[in-house]
Design a protein around this ligand. Structure first.
Ligand SMILES: CC(C)(COP(=O)(O)OP(=O)(O)OC[C@H]1O[C@@H](n2cnc3c(N)ncnc32)[C@H](O)[C@@H]1OP(=O)(O)O)[C@@H](O)C(=O)NCCC(=O)NCCS
Length: 174
């Protein structure tokens, strides 16, 4: 388990299927995520049952509140490249009432610290739709910097949006 100031990060369990089903079918949660299709509960249960255990290549963790142990979201480090010591991170808080409370920022900081201090990563990157201001602010708060822009790379509700490529180096994480 990884522990932050507000959250605990633990491996996914089959029992998480119901929460994932709610989150993945909540259009507000999914609005700025690379997700195009609504998922069935049966499909999610199968995906959880079939998924590989966490490894250097991919670590997926459930974000729980520290006190109540309530599952509120997911954070994942993926595509870890052992030569260049870089990986990509994805995060979302699925329980909307926890948005803006610092839980996502705390989870992201903790998983990046794990990536740098345990998985020996040197840099961690992500992409974020530019208009997702809360996310961009969250990432900048812990040291991510904008390294580039993908113009019109994200299409949602009939409109094109730019994505920012953001990255944090080991010594920049704060
Ligand atoms: C993006 C996300 C992970 C951020 O985590 P969080 O814990 O909610 O972030 P924080 O509470 O630390 O807030 C980050 C900053 O945004 C600000 N903020 C909060 N609500 C905001 C809003 N509606 N618009 C703009 N900024 C907002 C906060 O004030 C804070 O800045 P500050 O510390 O300088 O005051 C989380 O909100 C989330 O999962 N959202 C839905 C899914 C998503 O967008 N995932 C990211 C895809 S790349």
């Amino acid at each position: 388990m990884l522990t932050g100031d507000l959250v605990r990060l633990r491996p996914l369990e089959p029992e998480d299927a119901d929460a994932l089903y709610r989150w993945h079918n909540d259009d507000e949660v999914m609005r700025w995520l690379q997700s195009y299709y609504h998922e069935s509960l049966a499909g999610l249960r199968k995906r959880l049952a079939d998924r590989k255990e966490n490894s250097h290549d991919k670590v997926t963790l459930c974000i729980e509140t520290l006190e109540e142990r309530k599952p509120i979201g997911i954070v994942a480090l993926r595509e870890a490249d052992p030569i260049n010591a870089r990986a990509t991170v994805d995060i979302y808080i699925g329980e909307q009432e926890y948005w803006g409370g610092g839980y996502g920022t705390d989870a992201l900081r903790r998983v990046c610290r794990y990536g740098f201090d345990t998985l020996r990563l040197h840099s961690i990157e992500l992409s974020v739709v530019e208009v997702n201001e809360r996310a961009v602010r969250s990432y900048k708060k812990i040291g991510f910097q904008v390294d580039g822009r993908l113009r019109h790379s994200f299409f949602r509700d009939g409109q094109w949006y730019d994505e920012l490529l953001m990255c944090v180096l080991k010594e920049e994480l704060c």
